[in-house]
Design a protein around this ligand. Sequence first.
Ligand code: NAI
Ligand code: MG
Length: 502
Amino acid sequence: MSAAAETIAPSTQTQEWLASDHNLLIDGERVAAESGDRIEVQDPATEAIVTTVAGAGPEDIDRAVAAARRALKGEWSTMTSYERARVMLRFADEIEAHLPLIAEVEVLENGLPRMISEFTILKFGAEFMRYFAGWATKIHGQTIPVSPMDARNGETLTYTRREPIGVVGAIIPWNAPLAMAILKLAPSLAAGCTMVLKPAELTPLVALLLGELAHKAGVPKGVINVVPGYGHEAGAALAGHPDVDKISFTGSTAVGKDIIRASAGNLKKVTLELGGKSPFVVFPDADLERAIPGAVRGCFFLQGQNCMASTRLFVHEDIYEPMVEGIAAMAGGMQPGPGLDPASMLGPLISEQQRDRVMGYIDAGKQSDAELRCGGEALPGKGFFVRPTVFGQTNMEMKIAREEIFGPVMCIQTFGDSDLDTVADEANNTIYGLSGSVWTKDISVAHRMAAKIDSGQVSINCHAAVDPAIPFGGNKQSGWGREFGQEGLEPYLKTKATTVLF
Ligand code: NAI
Ligand code: MG
């Protein structure tokens, strides 16, 4: 069946919203790009052009940064932390109230199944915003007993203030448009920063919609500016801008390195959430009833376009066959189709280019000694669909096991009765270190193995546990810094120490 044979039309409300101008959002106003450029937004399930948006160039980035700089000194800076929190809570309410609209827009621009979109809107939209609204009123410094110069005890006072870091440039990818935007917006608002948000050129719509909702909720103009544009133009201009204080980036490791180079001009502070090739280690006593669906969800969530994806399975040889069989049966049964169709369990990949890139890896896998256990092909007809693909008998010499594919491709390899260090060395044999999981009923093996995995996050008997309060980020070439939780607020703050001599 051609997955995109029939499509379900979005609601009238969504169609009306799609028909609006989709200009840049700068200083609370919708404005065309100075160059007049437009970028087409394509539905990856049907290949139809959904609408076009203004495409920002360097001159528009200048305007947006200037607006964010003004807003940093305006009404926003005089609001109390309680008022900031209230605005954020209203923003969360607006997100929840517009759930069907946001979901349909996200499905149309990204392709993900509607149910997954709705889940992320609630969990990573509304709840994430509310979690960080709570932090807004809990940001404070310290008083420190010191005696600088020749002061005697009691003759001085030193205190620290936590100030907003300033104008933040956020550059985000296309794989989860709503979540990626909120992950940057929430801590930035809590800290009192202002932002220029550059969504991915492939998925600019949800970010623009969020900008509208933020203003409806009472975020003052200029605090959130949304500037769709290409990476090498708008993204590079933002990363290199002399009046941006910090860049928060999520995307590929290669561009992450470009961001670091671009930030050197004014020594911007940089946080990076980059790629991954996360291990999923299954010991022989593991509960396969949980490990099999855990591996399938972990790998094929967002069609595998997910930085935490469980793409490298290490399975003990005693349970290899039942594990691989179970995974292949479950993955093979995932119904591909347009995200607006409630029967669809797997959407298309984001673009033709990404589909071809992923198929290139699948072909490399087929030519290697790995065994293809399910999938291995793109669907004919419209849409960039690729069947969930599982390769068994892989090893870390293979390209498919080493490189981030960012598509629905799982590599499974075995281990024998070796000591934990040998298994851990193999799991850590990657340039990445974002996520990982350990599956066993033996609590001692579980915690010892979790400690040995070199990644920012490890889950036991689940994969990629994410919650607004759990710190998230990468070791090695998976990134710099952490998002989520209290640690995720820190990069948006700077400390000022003030000393008074009585
Ligand atoms: P990308 O890293 O090029 O795009 C991410 C964002 O960076 C987009 O907003 C893009 O416009 C921007 N960008 C691109 N070049 C830039 C530059 N020179 N300066 C500033 N901003 C720039 O990712 P892309 O090309 O869409 O995907 C390629 C591969 O990257 C994927 O197949 C996947 O392996 C990886 N990737 C990983 C992600 C993750 O979350 N770990 C997310 C997206 C991509
Ligand atoms: Mg790129």
